[in-house]
Design a protein around this ligand. Structure first.
Ligand SMILES: *Cc1c(COP(=O)(O)O)cnc(C)c1O
Length: 360
């Protein structure tokens, strides 16, 4: 038997999460965000599960080309636009929609030869201060683009820093800035503002196209599983493994590197084939939840490259070869992430290539 770890990707869960997003944003079309290899789930699996989407959004032009090779003929949005003239050439050839967030990208468009019009997402920096034109420069960027024969439709876009904030006020400042700026432009232009957090919490910001990422994969925008408990979102990935060794400890025996955990009494521990080289967070503390035979048990000792250890006291029936879920259908990835002081996004993206993937 090979090393027992694997990631199971459920395409039906993707499809189900997509239809739930449609319930939330009935008036909007949906860009399914599949950047970072579909948040670690694999682009091809995402394409299968999300076939009913209106478009796919990602970063690298080559990933967009892969979607075309799978057979996707619909819209593809490059969320950061193009990085150079060769990128633009490919994007134009494949009919991709491109974000434009700085003047240099307009220069590239102006220099592009050949027929065909490229649709644009004109990005405003409404307060996140990462990408986009400042509000004061936005109308000029719009006018410059509108005058180019290379440009087709222009959609107005911004991105929220605090859409998942629990007080529901997280977007007010940015939304106000966006609306007052675009108010001066043509009223009929489409708009795209909402990531997952805003889809769940801010219907006032849904507009024409929404851009869900993390909720399609069944995890929480805030990184706290209780945010989405009861909404009906389904975890798409389960990271599964097995117990490959059992140790009987005496009181005072220690576990793993640095002897971080010392047994307070005699105890039985299981050694699980999963470590940080699989993408399990090395910062997970003692007590972090692991599911063994369906029961939540505490991890004990430092996460090592290929293994973690768990306390088997509450699962006497568990032993060698027992089934382990590191996160997934029965243990929210955000719970593990929270223990390790990160968010589910990072853990999902960080599953490493050595983990075999089963797409079901
Ligand atoms: C990643 C990304 C999204 C999706 O964000 P989630 O929080 O995963 O929903 C939406 N829009 C842009 C511009 C992004 O970069």
């Amino acid at each position: 038997m090979p090393r027992p770890i694997r990631a199971v990707i459920r395409t039906q869960a993707l499809a189900s999460n997509l239809s739930l997003v449609r319930q939330y944003a009935k008036q909007s079309r949906i860009w399914s965000v599949v950047k970072a290899n579909a948040y670690g789930h694999g682009l091809q699996a995402a394409w299968r599960g999300l076939a009913a989407t209106d478009g796919f959004a990602l970063l690298e032009v080559f990933e967009g080309v892969r979607l075309r090779e799978f057979g996707w003929q619909g819209p593809v949005l490059l969320l950061e636009g193009v990085f150079d003239a060769a990128d633009l050439e490919l994007a134009r050839r494949h009919g991709f929609t491109i974000a434009v967030h700085k003047d240099e990208q307009i220069d590239l468009l102006a220099a592009a030869a050949g027929p065909g019009k490229t649709d644009i997402y004109l990005k405003m920096n409404s307060g996140m201060n990462r990408l986009g034109f400042a509000p004061a420069a936005y109308a000029a960027a719009y006018a410059r683009l509108r005058a180019l024969p290379q440009v087709g439709e222009i959609v107005l876009m911004t991105h929220f820093a605090n859409a998942d904030a629990p007080d529901r006020k997280g977007i007010a400042g940015q939304l106000g800035m966006f609306e007052s700026t675009v108010g001066a432009l043509d009223r009929s232009l489409s708009r795209s503002l909402s990531n997952s957090g805003a889809i769940l919490q801010h219907p006032e910001a849904h507009y024409d196209w929404v851009r869900p990422g993390i909720i399609l994969y069944g995890a929480a925008p805030s990184g706290k599983s209780k945010e989405i408990a009861g909404l009906g979102l389904k975890p798409v990935m389960s990271l599964e493994s097995r117990i490959i060794a059992v140790q009987q400890l005496r009181a005072g025996d220690t576990v793993g590197y640095g002897s971080r955990f010392a047994a307070p009494r005699a105890m039985r521990i299981g050694v699980v084939a999963c470590g940080y080289a699989d993408g399990y967070p090395r910062h997970a503390p003692d007590g972090c939840s692991v599911l063994v035979e369906g029961v939540r048990v505490p991890m004990v000792g430092q996460v090592s490259m290929d293994m973690i250890c768990v306390d088997l006291e509450s699962v006497p029936q568990a032993g060698l070869d027992s089934a382990v879920e590191l996160w997934g259908e029965n243990l929210p990835v955000d719970d593990v992430a929270e223990a390790a002081r990160t968010v589910g996004y990072e853990l999902l993206c960080a599953v490493t290539p050595r983990v075999p993937v089963s797409v079901v």
